[in-house]
Design a protein around this ligand. Structure first.
Ligand SMILES: Nc1ncnc2c1ncn2[C@@H]1O[C@H](COP(=O)(O)OP(=O)(O)OP(=O)(O)O)[C@@H](O)[C@H]1O
Ligand SMILES: [Mg+2]
Length: 359
């Protein structure tokens, strides 16, 4: 079932939280609504669910206009950030709860609960109570309860936020597997870019109530449309540095290089201020374009080491390198960047691309 938001706006009193959002989620797709705290993710999810009334715009499920329908009139499964299980009911009864409200016969309910419990590998837990389960198991019950009535649409708000790191990793692939098995069109709200990148077909990255970019995880990483997207996606994050364009070169103290043809071909003019973005994997000892400075931070992460290289003008570039330490704090060094992998951003923060959109 395709979900379509058309010029969706939502305000609370005088405050506009979402303005004119357009978003289409394809049938069976899992899309992440990603963005910093307060950007409007939950507000959007609640509008799709029907918990919030939209201020203006339309919401469609397939070719049905569901803008004004309350949650109980739509076939949506919702997983809230807190699992909200009923502590005095068994796991079986917790999962069967939405079916009881829908007045399914107990034979049908039993069949449906057993089926979803099978998909989630939790048949053995049905007789227990929520207090007797681990956090990850409780999370799975919440998922089962959302999925048991075969919803057209699955909505999840930070479903992994309460789990520890190990469980979160396990549940990531679990949710993805179940979503693919059930083919349910799904929205996952998260502020964790790694979660969004690893679980979802596409990501809609939001900031201050606006979608900044929609794309596959690869597109978001390699073709960010603006500085916000480039900075939000990627861990450790990209480094930015301001500089000037002179004689077809980018120039900042410690780093000076010929602009790639694609940037020259775009309308970049001499004297213009520009910001570059360099991902940490494109700053390495052996890359071609020289960059000079002092090592001001070293952190070993086991398999990889992180370094900060601070240039004469104070610009800081982060590098991630595999293997052992190659230098120590305070060393003055000359490494290199891959100029072809550098992003250029104009004064408005938009990425400068070649006319054909290539980087
Ligand atoms: N019922 C409400 N009344 C007034 N303002 C609200 C209401 N609900 C949300 N807001 C405001 O709308 C904005 C977006 O909130 P929302 O809960 O959608 O953010 P979010 O992206 O889900 O953030 P988080 O990651 O912290 O959960 C915030 O500024 C919030 O204060
Ligand atoms: Mg929220």
């Amino acid at each position: 079932m395709e979900i379509r938001l058309e010029k969706f706006s939502k305000s609370f009193g005088p405050v506009n939280v979402i303005e004119d959002m357009d978003l289409t989620i394809g049938d069976s797709e899992l899309i992440a609504l990603l963005g910093p705290s307060g950007c409007g993710k939950t507000t959007t999810l609640y509008a799709v669910c029907g918990i919030h009334r939209v201020t203006s715009g339309r919401i469609w499920f397939g070719d049905k206009d569901v803008t004004a329908l309350p949650p109980q009139k739509k076939n949506v499964g919702v997983v809230f950030q807190s699992f909200a299980l009923y502590p005095h009911l068994s796991i079986y009864e917790n999962i069967a709860f939405p079916l009881r409200i829908r007045k399914e016969s107990s034979a049908d309910a039993e069949r449906m609960v057993k089926e979803i419990a099978g998909i989630l590998h939790m048949e053995a837990l049905l007789g227990r109570r929520p207090g007797q389960l681990s956090g990850g198991q409780q999370q799975r019950v919440a998922l089962a309860r959302a999925l048991v009535r075969k919803p057209d649409v699955l909505l999840m708000d930070e479903p992994l936020a309460n789990l520890d790191a190990g469980l979160r990793l396990e549940m990531r692939s679990e949710i993805r597997r179940i979503q693919q098995e059930t083919g349910c069109t799904s929205i996952l709200v998260t502020h964790d870019q790694v979660e969004a990148m690893s679980m979802c077909d596409r990501i809609a990255l939001m900031n201050e109530g606006k979608i900044q970019q929609i794309g596959s995880p690869d597109e978001m990483y390699h073709q960010p449309q603006n500085r916000f997207v480039a900075g939000f996606i990627g861990n450790p994050p990209i480094s930015f540095a301001d500089g000037k364009i002179e004689d077809g070169r980018f120039d900042t103290p410690g780093l000076r290089f010929e602009l790639p043809d694609r940037i020259k071909a775009a309308s970049v003019t001499a004297g213009q201020n520009i910001t570059i973005g360099v991902r940490p994997e494109y700053l390495q000892p052996d890359l071609a374009t020289p960059i000079e400075g002092e090592i001001t931070f070293v952190e070993s992460q086991g398999r990889e080491v992180l370094y900060d290289l601070t240039l004469a003008g104070g610009q800081v570039f982060r590098s991630i390198q595999s293997g052992e330490h190659v230098c120590k704090l305070g060393d003055r060094i000359r490494w290199g960047i891959d100029a072809d992998a550098v992003f250029f951003f104009d004064g408005q923060g938009n990425r400068v691309t070649h006319q054909d959109g290539s980087r």
